[in-house]
Design a protein around this ligand. Structure first.
Ligand code: 3HC
Ligand code: NAI
Length: 699
């Protein structure tokens, strides 16, 4: 026995308890004693059944991701060996599941004859989110228990399911409200004493045999499940492996699963996605905000402005169960905002993702008002009014007068100076930026903008509440556009230049979607609305010749049916517009530009390398704490392909020396500042290092 694995005996049932905090990951240090404990219990004739349970907050939540890429992953006993040991046992084996049984954790449980789960437990095979597939038999055993269609949905999405759903689909055998281990022991003892016929999951054939007769239905389900793979290999291998479970004998399917796993775990996409897994957790660690800093209590949130952003922000809190007082400038605007919120919930109901009852419950959490006095009991108040400093001043002055002491005052500004906004109050320590992304009830990213005077417990509070409302927070510093929009700015200017020099919106967007983005810059402009950037540029005295001309013609993008593309009859599908082609050609000839064919490589170099360069400046200035924070911003807020790990991770893969060389080339050719290599980039490149070295402290 080790402290990680302990065994006790209850009524002749051996209870093997794993204790490897924080999430009982299956590191080598756990696997070895567990294998020994299983063999000992198997060979002990006084043991009539075995229960596998975990101490702490959760059942096993997977293989130890930190071991991937090190010799420890395959060091014997590996996870497959452990499951093989389980399958040599001729007495009832029961996994007692609480918390989350994920990945290798669920695979381990599937190596047992039975599974008993706590009612609040979740089970899932999330490997695809790490660019992998379940590599210890999950793709072969889950379809045999739950049926191929359910297993396919779980494995390709990576989303966990609740205990009740798992019971319904046969993944668990019993669900208990409390007393999990007692229930599992009783279950195991009963199976032993009734001499239950024990069938290993691998030997259960009914559900896969049924599917074998209808290959076309399975293929159709696979096509649907993998439709949005966007160049990611893992979803395809996951789906193929589930199909193998149906079409091939168990051992052959298992062998193929192993081959796919090795291919994926050694590939760049999985490395990128594993980087993002840890990056997201790193982002929650903020200098000056350690675990001793206690968050303030948030029981009610106020949202000012029920427009595009205010409505979505309010929905995010309500969806997390937090009541919201929503304030508008007048009754009419308030009514309009609430109608949009109700319509959005209605869409969820019609799609089947929300019940009528849940919709009514959520709507009941909104308190609409036009009276600032009604915000006095709010613990956090977020302003999402027009992007004009005068309007922000008016709002924050009023808030300073009515908000209770200790209330946190936040601005959703995209570009304005959070320190200036904090200065409109006598409590700058309670002020910060909470920059949500549109649509705010959907998009995961939350840029938390730390002002010069923002108190550490204010940051701790917003970090904690972000988790409660399922957002991915990244703390950033004050500058124009913070991290995301600032880097977007350097990309956008060059996208316009490419049009004048010979590209079309279609060719630029295609280079982006081929790279793995869900959409290119021009589709994104049309979606967000060209007028937003136009207004900002006008206030700063800046110009973007094509975009400005489109706006002057009332072409604001999808909302007006026309932008860089044409959207016919309310459709969201972009169509080439000859008028735009002509406009671009005319503007180019007016500037004396000889348009030419521009390669995808050039498009990517001229748009993405400046982003990396801006990222380096952001790091130099301390606006982002670490390179991986920038990757989290871009993958969660702007659709940077997760298989490439975010701009800074991708830059390391490209090689910083190559990026510097090409930036210098473009700088020499165009003289534009966006191509002038940042000192940090030059330094890292000259030392043959990358952003990863900067983060690891080795640069
Ligand atoms: N391996 C190594 N470390 C892990 C880990 C894992 N599988 N899962 C979580 N951790 C670490 C986190 O990095 C974090 O470390 P830190 O405190 O140093 O930053 C710590 O555990 C706590 O994690 P969270 O902050 O995420 O804790 P939460 O309570 O919010 O969430 C969780 C818990 C739902 C279990 C979440 O951590 C999670 O989703 N983990 C990953 C699950 C997963 O992907 N499993 C599959 C692994 S791959 C696999 O099993 C391959 C197999 O098929 C062969
Ligand atoms: P919007 O124009 O859709 O909504 C603003 C709302 O604020 C309007 O309904 C208006 O009636 C209300 N309002 C104006 N002054 C008010 C006041 N004094 N008191 C109460 N209500 C008032 O604007 P949107 O797009 O929601 O933007 C709001 C803020 O969010 C801006 O600062 C913007 O920069 C920022 N933002 C916008 C994003 C977007 O994609 N639209 C993304 C991220 C941030």
């Amino acid at each position: 026995m080790s402290s990680i694995v302990s065994v006790s005996s209850r009524d002749g049932v051996a209870v093997i308890t794993l204790d490897n905090p924080p999430v009982n990951a299956l590191s080598y240090a756990l696997r070895d004693p567990l294998n020994k404990a299983l063999i000992a219990a198997r060979d002990d004739d006084t043991v009539k059944a075995i229960v596998l349970t975990c101490a702490g907050r959760t059942f096993v939540s997977g293989a130890d991701i930190r071991e991937f890429g090190t010799p420890l992953t395959s060091k014997e006993p590996n996870l497959g060996d452990l499951i093989a040991t389980l399958e040599t046992i001729n007495k009832p084996t029961v996994a007692a599941i609480h918390g989350t049984a994920l990945g290798g954790g669920l695979e381990l449980a599937l190596g047992c004859y039975f599974r008993v789960a706590d009612a609040k437990a979740m089970v899932g095979l999330p490997e695809v989110k790490l660019g992998l597939l379940p590599g210890a038999g999950g793709t072969q055993r889950a379809p045999r228990l739950a049926g191929p269609q359910k297993a396919l949905a779980m494995i390709v999405s990576g989303n966990p399911i609740g205990a009740a759903d798992a019971l319904k689909h046969g993944l668990v055998d019993q669900v208990v409200e409390d007393g999990l281990v007692d229930a599992a022991v009783a279950f195991a003892a009963a199976k032993a004493s009734e001499g239950a016929h024990l069938i290993l999951v691998r030997d259960r054939d009914e559900k896969v045999a049924a599917a074998r007769g209808d290959e076309a239905a399975l293929d159709a389900a696979i096509k649907k499940a993998t439709a949005k793979a966007r160049g990611l290999v893992a979803p395809l291998r996951c789906a193929q492996s589930v199909k193998n479970a149906v079409m091939l004998p168990f051992e052959e399917g298992l062998k193929k699963e192993r081959e796919y796993f090795i291919e994926l775990v050694t590939g760049d996409q999985s490395k990128a996605q594993r980087h993002l897994f840890f990056a997201q957790r790193e982002a929650a660690k903020v200098s000056g905000v350690d675990k001793t800093v206690k968050p303030r209590a948030i029981n009610r949130v106020g949202v000012i402005g029920a427009g595009t952003m205010g409505g979505g922000i309010a929905m995010s809190f309500v969806n997390g169960g937090i009541p919201v007082t929503i304030l508008e400038a007048n009754e009419e605007a308030l009514k309009r905002g609430l109608a949009t919120i109700e319509k959005n919930y209605g869409i969820s109901v019609s799609r089947g993702s929300l019940s009528d009852e849940a919709k009514a419950k959520r709507l009941a959490l909104f308190t609409p008002t036009t009276d600032y006095g009604d915000l006095a009991d709010c613990d956090l108040i977020i302003e999402a009014v027009f992007e004009e400093i005068g309007v922000k001043e008016d709002v924050f002055t009023k808030l300073d007068a009515i908000a209770k002491p200790g209330a946190i005052l936040a601005s959703n500004t995209s570009y304005l100076d959070v320190n200036t906004i904090a200065g409109f109050t006598k409590r700058p320590q309670d002020v910060l930026g909470t920059h949500f992304f549109s649509p705010a009830n959907v998009m995961k990213l939350l840029e938390i903008v730390r002002g010069e005077k923002t108190a550490p417990d204010v940051l701790a509070t917003i970090l904690a509440i972000a988790k409660r409302i399922s957002k991915v927070p990244v703390v950033v510093g004050v500058c124009h556009g913070f991290v995301g929009n600032r880097m977007l700015g350097s990309r956008s200017a060059e996208s316009e230049a490419l049009l004048l020099e010979g590209s079309s919106p279609e060719s630029v967007d295609k280079a982006f979607t081929d790279f793995g983005w869900p959409m290119g810059p021009f589709q994104m402009f049309d979606l967000a609305g060209l007028d937003i950037g136009w207004r900002t540029r006008k206030s700063l005295g800046l110009k973007a010749v094509i975009s400005d001309t489109l706006c002057e013609a009332g072409r604001y993008g999808q909302k007006t049916g026309k932008g860089y593309y044409l959207y016919e009859d309310g459709s969201r599908v972009p169509k080439t517009d000859p008028e735009v082609e002509k406009l671009i050609a005319d503007k180019a000839s007016g500037k004396g530009i000889n348009r030419r064919t521009i390669s995808d490589q050039e498009i990517l170099e001229r748009t993405l390398y400046p982003m990396v360069n801006e990222g380096a400046l952001i790091l130099e200035e301390g606006i982002a704490e670490r390179p991986s924070d920038i990757d989290i911003v871009w993958t969660n807020g702007y659709g940077f392909p997760i298989g490439k790990g975010g701009p800074m991770f991708w830059a390391d893969m490209e090689g910083l020396d190559k990026i510097v060389e090409r930036l210098e080339y473009w700088h020499g050719k165009t003289g534009k500042d966006v191509f002038k290599p940042a000192a940090l980039l030059v330094k890292l490149a000259s030392e043959k290092k990358g952003f990863a070295d900067l983060q690891a402290g080795t640069a």
